[in-house]
Design a protein around this ligand. Structure first.
Ligand code: NAP
Length: 252
């Protein structure tokens, strides 16, 4: 059975991924959607129909992820597309963020993404695609987002190395790097108007457009996708200027 798997599917970018994958990959037999809030996943199932299979699980719970992996085996799944999108951030100085949240970001953004990839890869075949939701925060360390930007630097590094390793299986790995999007990410991160001049002024990215365009970039087997000229320019500048200077520019 040919399927797609999408984590963080209950809101924001993940929800848009579900809708776009539904439209752009008509040959898929099922789309497996994962997040903790069952009611939000169920809404998508009601909207899109029987192709949607919901997994209301916490992917930082390895027992739950192993149950998902069992289901891959039981259904003889052939995963054509894995979108590792679940993630969260916090905007504050490191010492003012609880240890639980600092470590929670590492657990979800890095560890769970790695586990999801590890248990899904055996069920992926030639020509399949992996999309990892990264961030512009991966381009340089961000003060007041020290752990978050570090987790996204991990996602970028893992995606690039894995892409090279998986070339022999013709599986592409794409790191998607959105700028700020008006999703639940902002309130979860405690980012409200006035909390950060940088966030107040940065151009907003539309999640629907991000989902559609990054899926096209994945089909073209790209390594990294950022939209908007402003963020493409930032990515370029972050590569060529000294890190200390880039960090001053990117101060949140
Ligand atoms: N919005 C931005 O400004 C922005 C910018 C750059 C990158 N990003 C990245 O984009 C991705 C999507 O974020 P978003 O903006 O769409 O925010 P969002 O609306 O808060 O979505 C986060 C998703 O992750 C799920 N999730 C959180 N913890 C989970 C867990 N333990 N197990 C399973 N699912 C979990 C949430 O669902 P439940 O709560 O139902 O579990 C939700 O579906 C994240 O990786 C984020 O880092 C966001």
């Amino acid at each position: 059975m040919n399927i797609a798997v999408i984590t963080g599917a209950s809101s924001g970018l993940g929800r848009e991924y579900v809708k776009s994958v539904y439209k752009m990959y008509p040959a898929l037999e099922e789309i497996w959607i994962i997040a903790r809030r069952e009611n939000k996943l169920f809404e998508l199932k009601v909207e899109l129909g029987d192709k949607i299979r919901i997994f209301p699980i916490d992917i930082t719970d390895s027992f739950a992820v192993n149950q998902y992996a069992e289901m891959l085996k039981e259904t003889n799944a052939n995963v054509r597309l894995l979108i590792n999108n679940a993630g969260f951030g916090k905007l504050e100085e490191f010492v003012n963020i609880s240890a639980e949240d600092n470590c929670g970001m590492v657990r979800l953004n890095c560890e769970a993404l790695t586990l999801m990839t590890a248990v899904t890869l055996p069920f992926m075949s030639y020509g399949a695609e992996i999309i990892n939701t990264c961030s512009i925060a991966s381009f340089a360390p961000n003060t007041r987002m020290a752990v978050y930007s570090s987790t996204k630097a991990y996602v970028m590094s893992l995606s690039r190395a894995l892409r090279e390793e998986l070339k022999k299986r013709q599986i592409n790995v794409l790191a998607v790097c959105p700028g700020p999007m008006d999703t639940e990410f902002l309130p979860v991160a405690n980012i409200a108007k006035g909390t950060s001049r940088t966030f107040d002024t940065l151009p907003r990215v539309n999640p629907k457009e991000m989902a559609e365009k990054s899926l096209l970039a994945s089909k073209k087997k790209k390594a990294v996708y950022t939209n908007k000229a402003f963020y493409k320019f930032y990515r370029f500048v972050a590569k060529i200027l000294p890190m200390s200077l880039v960090m001053k520019m990117a101060k949140t």
